[in-house]
Design a binder for this molecule. Structure first.
Ligand SMILES: NC(=O)c1ccc[n+]([C@@H]2O[C@H](COP(=O)([O-])OP(=O)(O)OC[C@H]3O[C@@H](n4cnc5c(N)ncnc54)[C@H](O)[C@@H]3O)[C@@H](O)[C@H]2O)c1
Length: 446
């Protein structure tokens, strides 16, 4: 299912000298390169936070009733309002009724998840007292379902749970059914909301928010419009590349690990496969919405990217998007996708082996580590352009005068700002933002 842009060069020189010390192979045995060709700096430690069951594949939705009824007889279903009207959703609900599951449906999914809407949905769920919650839709519906599963069992207000590791274990089991290929929320421990008291979106992150089961059926994203596909899909690529290029694991083993521990041995396997798969399929998924192999590849890639970043975390594109999204009112994926190539260039020297590994996983061969790493950035840039991601912050209405405040706010999102290989400083963030404002990359490190 993987494969990258048709621009791949065709020679087979290793990306580093064989005399350099090998370390952990970045991908599985199906990878097109020998593990000894790499000098990546992964630690020996690994961490994944995953659902108890992940079902992936065409028609896997047929397993919904069995999965839900194994968890209880009363299901509170949070569904995207558009998706609620689709035939497949109707059939899925009929299958639940046929299995003897009593269903309550909530389709009050408001974009960006304003907190009052989340509290209201939580209140409805508490009144219904579900055994199980189902999240069916894009990342917004699944994130809402995660928080409903929390509020169905634990007290309001939601602000009690902002940040990391504030959620106790008593959360209703959640079955996540994504209809976009992007957020990976079906496999992650985080949900993101907008609190009008704060200038930034806020994350609620806890291992207990990981869905109990995920059902990833590529049929559900078939036919989604180009912009939905592009913004969700590029976000999945950002998850893959940022978890692969995050600061290596440095957490100490202890009672409570941070929710996001940085790049690690297990996440890297998934992240590299995700990056090459998405780079090879997103263009087609956007240009040909009914292309089933491209949809399958995107669902697979975004799932793997979610599995990777659910433990490793993401970094600077995400930290910078939070205030940019709030100011420009642009979709999450548009912002992270716009920023990604600038962030990759800013950390070019620190992440060259990883960037080169991405290029090799995409089939590029020959040249130095540096040339391959540049190729990876070029591939990302050309994909973004082809699927209509704006190239500059100016195009989405951000002005030079807003940059210092954006940098300041981004620095406060510590779980993201501190997860880069670069030291998070106001100067660094301004350099990236200034480059992204106009597209002038001359001050970035490459
Ligand atoms: N929890 C996580 O791990 C995580 C990660 C990244 C992003 N997010 C969050 O996810 C949200 C974005 O999610 P998203 O990109 O999936 O978009 P979304 O859920 O906000 O949906 C975007 C639009 O696409 C439509 N849509 C969804 N599926 C469709 C389909 N199959 N066909 C046609 N239209 C469809 C929706 O009706 C909506 O209008 C943001 O709130 C972001 O903060 C969460």
């Amino acid at each position: 299912m993987s494969g990258c842009p048709a621009t791949a060069r065709a020679s087979s020189a290793p990306i580093v000298s064989p005399t350099e010390s090998p370390s952990i192979p970045p991908s599985g045995t199906s990878s097109p390169h020998s593990p000894k060709e790499f000098t990546m700096t992964d630690t020996a430690n690994g961490l994944l936070r995953l659902p108890a069951q992940i079902a992936f594949g065409l028609n896997s939705l047929d397993g919904l009733a069995g999965t839900v009824s194994a968890l209880g007889r009363r299901a509170f279903v949070v569904v995207d309002p558009f998706i609620r009207g689709t035939a497949l959703f109707g059939e899925a609900m009929e299958s639940l009724s046929a299995a003897g599951v009593e269903v309550a449906i909530c389709s009050e999914v408001v974009a960006e998840l304003p907190v009052p809407a989340v509290e209201a949905a939580g209140e409805m769920a508490r009144a219904f007292a579900p055994d199980v919650v189902v999240g069916y839709g894009g990342g917004s519906a699944i994130d809402l379902a995660k928080l409903v599963a929390l509020l169905a069992r634990q007290p309001s207000p939601l602000s009690l749970y902002y940040g990391e590791n504030k959620v106790g274990a008593d959360v209703a089991p959640l079955v996540a059914v994504p209809t976009t290929a992007g957020t990976g929320s079906e496999a992650t421990p985080v949900a993101v909301v907008s609190d009008s008291e704060r200038e930034l979106k806020v994350g609620v992150s806890s291992p207990y928010l990981v869905p109990r089961a995920a059902i990833v059926d590529p049929r559900l994203s078939l036919g989604a419009p180009g912009t939905v596909t592009a913004y969700a899909g590029i976000d999945a690529l950002v998850h893959a590349i940022e978890s692969f290029t995050a600061a290596p694991w440095s957490a100490a083993w202890g009672d409570t690990l941070p929710v996001f521990v940085g790049r690690n041995r297990l996440s890297s396997l998934l992240a590299l496969e995700a990056a090459s798969t998405i780079l090879g399929s997103l263009r087609t998924a956007v240009s040909s919405p009914l292309d089933l192999p491209a949809r399958e590849a995107m669902s697979y890639g975004s799932l793997l990217a979610g599995m990777a970043f659910g433990g490793a975390g993401t970094h600077l594109s995400h930290a910078l998007q939070y205030p940019i999204g709030a100011l420009s009112k642009t979709p999450h994926g548009l912002g992270t996708g716009l920023l990604l190539p600038y962030v990759m260039e800013a950390a070019f020297a620190e992440t060259m082996p990883e960037l080169a590994a991405i290029a090799v996983a995409c089939g590029h061969r020959g040249g130095s580590d540096e040339a391959l790493a540049m190729q990876a950035i070029d591939d990302v840039r050309s994909l973004s352009k082809d699927i209509g991601i704006p190239n500059t912050l100016a195009e989405i209405g951000i002005t030079a005068g807003q940059l210092p405040r954006i940098a300041e706010l981004s620095l406060t999102v510590k779980r993201l700002a501190n997860n880069s290989t670069l030291e998070p400083t106001h100067d660094l963030f301004m350099t990236i933002l200034e480059a992204a404002l106009t597209g002038d990359r001359s001050r970035l490190s490459r």
